[in-house]
Ligand binder design. Sequence first.
Ligand code: ZN
Length: 170
Amino acid sequence: MPLGEVDYFLINKLATNLSSTLSISANIMQGVKIPPESYNIMRSQYYATVILQKLEIMKSSHKELMLGIMEEDLYAGEEHSVTSEIDRLTGCGVISLMRLRTDFYGLPENEKWVYPRLYKESFKIVARLMGMRACRNPHCILYYSEDMRDIDDKRLKLCDICQREFFKLV
Ligand SMILES: [Zn+2]
C-alpha cells in the first residue's frame, strides 16, 4: 500500500520480486494519503503505531498481510526514528524509504543502494508477518538490522537455517 507520494517504479519492482521469493501473491493497492492523525508536529515525524492501525482497517481479510510504504520519516515508542515497524497480531507492517535513501546521508541519490535496502527490509517484514523469526546470522536477510551498514552487509536471501524453516511455512 503506497502511503503518500511513493516511487511507483520501486514499489512495482518490489512487488514482483517479493511475489517470487516469498511465494506469495503481492498486489499493489491504490495508494492513500498518509493518515494525518499519525503526524507529530513537534517531531516532524509520523507515528508508526497509528499508521499500522489504519492499515489494519484497510485489509480485506484477516489472512491478508498489509505492508505500507512511505517516503516520510517514522518513529515508534521511545525510538528516535525507525525504518520500519510491524504488528504481528494484525499482520501489518510499515516501512519508510527516507533513511534508506543515500541523499538522507548527504550522498548523491543512488538507486543501486536504495532498492536492495528496500527489498531486504520489506522481505524481513513480510517474512516475520508470515511467522518467521529474526535471525542472528548477520548475513541472513532476516537479521535484525536498523543500521544501514547492517542492512547493506546482509545478503539478499535467507541463511540455510531460515531457508529450512521457511520451507515448512510455504
Ligand atoms: Zn537466518
